[in-house]
Write a protein that binds this ligand. Sequence first.
Ligand SMILES: Nc1ncnc2c1ncn2[C@@H]1O[C@H](COP(=O)(O)OP(=O)(O)OP(=O)(O)O)[C@@H](O)[C@H]1O
Ligand SMILES: [Mg+2]
Length: 348
Amino acid sequence: MDTNQSASATVAEGASVMRIHSDAEISEEAKNYHRLIYPKGEVVLKLENLTKKFGERTSVNGVSLEIKSGEVFGFLGPNGAGKTTTIRMIAGLAGITAGEAYVCGHSVKTEFKAAVRNIGGIIENPEMYKYMTGWDNLRYYADLYGGISDEQIMDVVRLVKMEKRIREKVRRYSLGMRQRVGIAQSLLHNPRLLILDEPTNGLDPAGIHEMRDFLKMLAHDFGIAVFISSHILTEMQLMCDRVAIVSLGKLIAVKSIEEWTRAEGSTVKMTLLVSKPAEAAAVLNQKMGVDAQTNGKLIIFNVAQDQIGQISQVLAGKRIAILSMVQGEKSLEETFLELTSQAGTEIN
Ligand SMILES: Nc1ncnc2c1ncn2[C@@H]1O[C@H](COP(=O)(O)OP(=O)(O)OP(=O)(O)O)[C@@H](O)[C@H]1O
Ligand SMILES: [Mg+2]
């Protein structure tokens, strides 16, 4: 369905697809904005065997995936994995060698205009006129799209928290401020898909935190499909609903953050500090069949998730005191390193 007109036009034409908020489902913070709300769970971006070759080199190798409205989707991979090239193909900035990219059902190859209307994003550096103010830049882009009011511009300015500095010339902005205005600009035409290539590059910790929160708000409250690339693992873990790992142009796996952090079959690494470690190891082996390693008072073992509850009972039965108990989770970082080292991380 074609949902991407200017906000006012769209609301007038078809409130069935989206509505201005007044909705109890959305967060308190989101209620401060007058953005359109898109339905969640619809496939907004679909890649089918997307491939890019530069001469002999295959930089993107048969990538297939689907991204839905309402989710923050992370594209995680080391330098040279093909993240930017994939994004450039989706946005029509690089030709597609083979395969397809569909945005809201429109092929980027054969219906470019219909596809790209639904995309907002910053692919390389935000394009802005440095001698103009942030506001004038936004006004200028709003006029190119047509039908966007000052109020709507102010809404995106508040969203990226730039209201205090928006009347200053862009050349006086810091990198982070330019990034924010760039995102504001890419949201002006109410895209259903927001694509950001390494959005937290160059931001300070506070800036990263804010960016995280507001990208989540865009997805979870307003139903935008947010597609971000990064090579920073912890950041993806904090920001994304699902993460795809790419390496050497290939998609290795796509999983939800929970699936990434909770290993399959769910064995968990337990680290305990106990009063009688040797006895503890023996009784845990006998009663639960675990293979525990000890070091001083420390005792470490892997156990099935559903057995965790038994540990304290088994030890209490032998009057062994638990001084501390830490449940380890497999971090995305570990998984990422495991997966990409299998594929090889060397730059080719
Ligand atoms: N215009 C081009 N001509 C030739 N090779 C290219 C071109 N653009 C990208 N490549 C190659 O494609 C591969 C993937 O590059 P890409 O920029 O997509 O990686 P990336 O995942 O975005 O990496 P980074 O994390 O460093 O930004 C690299 O080997 C790169 O050298
Ligand atoms: Mg890149």
